[in-house]
Ligand binder design. Structure first.
Ligand code: NAP
Length: 288
């Protein structure tokens, strides 16, 4: 399939992160003018040195988005919505504050970015690429917060695509599997800061399972960001971009699990995370 000439301008959110920085690098090398969204002032110089135009944006601050839209100007060919945070932990132990942060950034913040830049995208018949996660379709245990936020992103992306169908703006969703980026360390730090909800007795119900999940995660080799980056570039440049790109070997394998009967899929997911029935034993184990 013939590909379009690379459009001129792209805004990459989360350009200081694992996926966003790799996307910005690839698009810049391909000749795009890259607006690199960051939130910490200390990141600005490095982004400028890399050849991008840094744009300060905090997803939860609509004023910062309006200022960023003014910087980018009246035309924008591509928006890559990569900025996000990952909330993890049992549904019962996740405090309301952590749920709010998860949805405030990954859903409300993402839609605010889309709202802020749609006028410029419309002017250029541009493209939107939302970065979701395969956990939206096959939510693993103890990753409910991130999976729920990505399921919401998936739903709103599908609605948005139909709403923009006759406005010349194409919308794609890229759903990667696990990738080796700072998102896991950031998530651990945020969980440690927020702490768990529930009494110590309730927390003990999950202690062994959480230990098992941590042990399994420590042994896991995470995939590279390259397949997700390639899919994002394809969604921006293909004459007929796909509505959904599922990327990474584990991402594609996980997506297939949704065709299994619920009971089989859930047993496989628990086993894959190292969580056995004994892990739910009601013995007093402190939650780490
Ligand atoms: N890594 C994975 O395993 C994985 C798997 C599936 C899907 N994904 C998705 O891929 C995308 C990129 O993730 P990643 O792995 O590259 O994560 P990452 O390395 O942690 O990068 C996240 C980026 O988002 C920015 N960000 C976070 N909160 C923000 C806010 N409130 N306002 C503005 N920017 C904010 C961060 O800025 P700071 O640098 O200032 O914190 C950072 O640039 C995300 O949508 C993620 O959910 C990742």
């Amino acid at each position: 399939m013939a590909e379009l000439t690379p459009p001129r301008t792209v805004l990459v959110t989360g350009a200081t992160g694992g996926v966003g920085s790799a996307v910005a690098r690839r698009l810049h090398a391909d000749g795009w003018i890259v607006y690199a969204a960051h939130r910490k002032p200390t990141d600005e110089a490095a982004l400028r040195d890399a050849g991008y135009t840094p744009v300060r944006m905090e997803l939860t601050d609509e004023e910062s988005l309006a200022t960023a839209a003014e910087t980018v100007g009246p035309r924008l060919d591509g928006l890559v919505n990569s900025a996000a945070v990952m909330g993890q932990g049992p549904v019962e132990l996740t405090p309301a504050e952590a749920w709010r942060r998860q949805f405030e950034i990954n859903v409300i913040g993402q839609t605010a970015v889309i709202r802020a830049f749609l006028p410029a995208l419309r002017s250029a018949s541009g493209r939107i690429v939302n970065v979701g996660a395969v956990s939206a379709r096959v939510p693993p245990p103890f990753f409910g917060p991130i999976a729920a936020s990505k399921a919401a992103l998936s739903a709103l992306t599908q609605a948005l695509r139909m709403e923009l169908r006759h406005q010349g703006v194409k919308v794609s969703l890229v759903e990667p599997g696990a990738m080796d980026t700072p998102i896991f360390a950031t998530a651990d730090k945020a969980s440690a800061e927020t702490g768990w909800a529930g009494s110590s007795e309730t927390q003990q119900l999950y202690a062994r399972a959480l230990d098992a999940v941590r042990t399994t995660a420590a042994r896991q080799t995470l995939g590279p960001v390259d397949p997700a980056v390639t899919a994002i570039v394809r969604a921006l440049t293909a004459r007929r971009p796909a509505t959904l790109y599922t990327t990474g070997r584990d991402g594609r394998a996980l997506a297939l699990l949704r065709f299994l009967p619920d009971g089989v899929r859930e047993r496989l997911l628990l086993r894959g995370m190292g969580v056995t029935a004994e892990a739910f034993a009601k013995t007093p184990v402190p939650v780490g």
